[in-house]
Design a binder for this molecule. Structure first.
Ligand code: OMP
Length: 217
């Protein structure tokens, strides 16, 4: 399937801003990767605004995502969720509540570890999915607080195998029965490089990495 306009723009913007970078990176899983996607680098007014629009476009394109509110896990998920609900309001005229968690325990004032509105069916927004550890933690927070998980949207699905042959996305979809979607996945980033001239080096390394740790698709 061809890349959608917002997916192409997302990849181009991420490369231009060095958010998607190439080199040698050790991941949380210990795997050595030739590429890394760093949402922490969405750190200016322009880039935070743009990332919200990319997520909003992706969310709108997946009709399986039926939700009442958006949850962004601390810390990286907080600006992502905030920017996304602003974009959903400004571009799609949808006024969606958002929430996030506190990492620290607070026993005074309003108490609790959730800030914002967390009720009904909640869409989790996160940056990257590799093994799925971060997403499982968010699912636990939401269910502990009495809400339901409607699905997950990440910026990049690295499409890596977990402990078995399945990807983290497939495992989470099966375990929790919710859709897990992304703005782009590894296959789409590879497709982008295939269509663009002068990117052979990146392409080769990403294909080698996919052969080593990727799912068979
Ligand atoms: P899992 O919890 O294994 O799914 O890994 C996802 C987390 O790894 C992200 O939330 C990031 O903290 C980090 N990460 C990135 O930010 N970008 C990448 O390209 C790869 C990783 C990673 O370490 O796997």
């Amino acid at each position: 399937m061809s890349l959608k306009q917002y997916q192409r723009e997302f990849i181009e913007y991420s490369i231009a801003q060095n958010i998607l970078s190439f080199g040698s990176y050790t991941l949380k899983s210990g795997r050595k990767s030739p590429y890394f996607f760093n949402t922490g680098k969405f750190n200016t007014g322009e880039s935070i605004s743009k990332i919200g629009k990319f997520y909003a476009e992706a969310i709108e394109s997946f009709h399986e995502l039926v939700y009442d509110g958006i949850f962004g896990p601390a810390y990286k998920g907080i600006p992502l969720a905030t920017s996304t609900v602003i974009a959903l309001s400004e571009i799609f005229n949808k006024n969606i509540p958002c929430s996030f968690n506190r990492k620290e325990i607070k026993d005074h004032g309003e108490g609790g570890n959730i800030i914002g509105s967390l009720s009904g069916k909640i869409l989790i927004i996160d940056d990257v999915i590799t093994a799925g550890t971060a997403i499982r933690e968010s699912i636990e927070i939401i269910t502990k607080n009495g809400a339901k998980v409607a699905g997950v949207i990440v910026a990049v699905d690295r499409q890596e195998r977990g402990t078995g042959e399945k990807s983290a996305v497939q495992q989470i979809e099966e375990t929790y029965g919710v859709p897990v979607k992304s703005i782009v996945n590894l296959e789409q980033i590879i497709k982008y490089f295939k269509e663009k001239e002068g990117c052979d080096e990146h392409l080769t390394k990403m294909e080698e990495y996919k052969a080593l740790y990727g799912i068979n698709s």
